[in-house]
Ligand binder design. Sequence first.
Ligand code: CA
Ligand code: CA
Length: 158
Amino acid sequence: MAGASERDVLVYKEMFDLLDIDDNGMLTPMEIRNLLLHFQYNPKKQIIYQMVSDLDTDESGGIDFYEFMKMMTAKLSETDSDEDITKVYNMYDSDHKGFITIEDFKNVAKELKEEIKDEEIKEIMDKIDPKNKGKITYEAWMRFQKKKDFSSIGSLTV
Ligand SMILES: [Ca+2]
Ligand SMILES: [Ca+2]
């Protein structure tokens, strides 16, 4: 598979076997939840089900090793690519103003069915762009994402 060396595949296989608690060759939503908890994410049930159904390309009801590999290699290549960071930025700044407002945040949260309070949004925005109150410029967004401080934006990046 592109982007993964033979050694990576072995590591992924080991991870997969570890996560596949009941050993049926498939990761169920419950097993995925364990994985996310391990990374200190505790998303809502519906988000996990959504994730699994997105990854479950053959609609078998779970993620097999091939589907798991696709997820892991996609995640890895995502981390450093400007293009992907820009893609997420554009998801927020959908009308291309050149900055992200509280309203933009609310719209995305609504789409993701995340409940988030105005104060929480303001806190996140101040963290990403401390200089501009109430908005995030594209430059500040890139700077922040490259620091890889994903933990502070929590579930919005999942
Ligand atoms: Ca399983
Ligand atoms: Ca499947």
